[in-house]
Design a protein around this ligand. Structure first.
Ligand code: GLN
Length: 483
């Protein structure tokens, strides 16, 4: 039995009865046991429920009962998305024992389609980070070389898909957290347009810029998942009420005659040589297939990381103030504490990166500094959006490397927050402006590490974006993960 099959292959085989869902789930659980020591993707594995559900689905398939479009496909979920009855820890000591009382909208939609939630996967604490090193439960490791970071913050999602511990995963992307691990682990990851997917049941980090996003082995699979999880939700008023699109329908339309802008600021200075040459290779392949590629300058991008960390930290400091150990948190009682001593002890359950963000956020919002930092960052955000609007008058897509550098060694940058923040230079633009962006696995470096290429489209043009991503995917022939 091949655990590396795509979601669409899984569905067609399960539908025909060519694979037993129970057997597939049992093999997947075995695989998890086998590789977790090396890669540590999971925080919770829900073996019993997964097996019970699989049996039930097999029975329904045999008796030709009506069944959801996922046919028991095993999906892992980033541990900041609530699935009823399972812990949602956000990889934080603060929520170590928090059991979600309800399903996020994306989870209920997956369950309605008979997906199996195989477990909850690792992340940087509260999704703040780019490597999954800032997890209270320990670092996830890159399946392509376990000494290297898998990217983050949805590292557990990228790792579990890449290491064949599930067929697909959901991550969240506030500043690149779906696309970074997708790129570093050689899987496909989509950050959808802001408002396309409900955030109900996603633990908030920075509400105005984040989206849940699908991660899988192929572009088709990402389109398939998007069909299920996208759409208006009365529980999240930021979701848009557009007519439902079938993202699989025109996936193979090609890119002939389309225009692609190469973002100069994302492929010049500071980009690893092999990453740059892979990007140039991707551009020339797209040209060969009928696209016209032209350079596009977006100079506001140079300020994007500074604006992103200002806005994201400001929103984080406000969101995380709810963890006071009374409503949520680590309950040690209030007896015998003065107010300040109590708050200090309660808040000390956050890790170092989350603490840094809260302090930074409180600072940029404070009286006297608001105009200098927060307001300025919002102006940069508006500039980025205006420059993108102009760009999309000239081109259909934009292209860049997803990450400026190759995956690096665990521990290499952990003591230098600024270096870590700068690795987000190519991803934060999509979040600040709300536009969709996708990372497609494109090459393997001479050192055996994955390189992903990023494509952007205008808001709510996921259909077009997935068509271009599909073309790019079809130009590649990548090796299997060496694990
Ligand atoms: N690395 C970025 C941060 O730490 C992005 C995280 C994310 O997208 N959740 O904020």
């Amino acid at each position: 039995m091949n655990l590396g099959i795509s979601a669409t292959e899984f569905v067609s085989q399960a539908k025909e009865g060519a694979i037993s869902v129970e057997e597939f789930i049992a093999k997947t659980l075995e695989r998890i046991k086998q590789v977790e020591d090396k890669v540590h993707a999971f925080i919770t594995v829900d073996s019993q429920n997964a097996l019970a559900k699989a049996k039930d689905i097999d029975k329904k398939i045999r008796s030709k009962e009506k069944i959801g479009s996922c046919f028991g496909m095993p999906v892992s979920i980033k541990d900041n998305i609530c699935a009823a009855g399972l812990k949602t820890t956000c990889a934080s000591k603060m929520l170590e024992n928090f059991v979600a009382p309800y399903d996020a909208t994306v989870i209920s939609r997956l369950k309605n389609e008979d997906a199996i939630i195989i477990g909850k996967v690792n992340l940087d604490e509260f999704a703040m980070g780019s490597t999954t090193e800032f997890s209270y439960f320990g670092t996830s490791r890159n399946p392509w070389n376990p000494q290297y970071v898998p990217g983050g913050s949805s590292g557990g999602s990228g790792v579990s898909v890449s290491a064949l511990e599930c067929v697909a995963s959901l991550g969240s992307d506030t500043g690149g957290s779906v696309r970074s691990p997708a790129s570093f682990c050689s899987v496909v990851g989509l950050k959808p347009t802001y408002g396309l997917i409900s955030r109900y049941g996603l633990v908030s980090y920075a509400n105005s810029i984040e989206q849940i996003g699908p991660m899988a082995r192929t572009v088709e699979d990402v389109a398939f998942l998007l069909n299920i999880i996208s759409g208006h939700d009365s529980h999240d008023n930021t979701t848009i009420n557009n007519p439902q699109v079938d993202y699989l329908k025109d996936l193979k339309s090609g890119i002939s005659g389309k225009k692609i802008g190469i973002i100069s600021q994302m492929i010049g200075e500071g980009i690893d040589k092999e990453v740059a040459s892979a990007t140039n290779m991707a551009i020339s392949k797209l040209q060969d297939l009928g696209a016209e590629c032209i350079p596009i300058s977006l100079d506001a991008v140079e300020h994007s990381v500074a604006a992103y960390y200002t806005i994201a930290s400001a929103e984080a400091s406000s969101n995380l103030s709810r963890y006071d150990n009374l409503r949520y948190g680590f309950n040690f009682g209030t007896e015998g504490y003065e107010f300040k001593a109590y708050v200090a002890k309660a808040r000390s359950n956050f890790g170092p990166e989350v603490t840094r963000r809260m302090l930074l956020g409180a600072y940029v919002l404070s009286a006297g500094y608001y105009g200098k930092y927060y307001l300025k960052a919002q102006k940069v955000r508006a500039m980025i959006k205006a420059q993108l609007d102009e760009a999309f008058k000239k081109v259909d897509f934009l292209i860049s490397p997803t990450m400026p550098i190759l995956p690096f060694k665990i521990g290499e940058k952990i003591d230098d927050p600024l270096k870590l923040y700068l690795t987000d230079i190519n991803t934060v633009t999509a979040n600040l402006s709300g536009i969709p962006a996708i990372s497609v696995p494109f090459a393997i470096s001479s050192s055996g590490l994955p390189i992903g290429i990023q494509l952007f489209a205008n808001s709510f043009e996921e259909n077009k974006l997935l068509q271009a991503a599909y073309v790019l995917q079809e130009t590649t022939d990548l090796p299997e993960v060496p694990l």
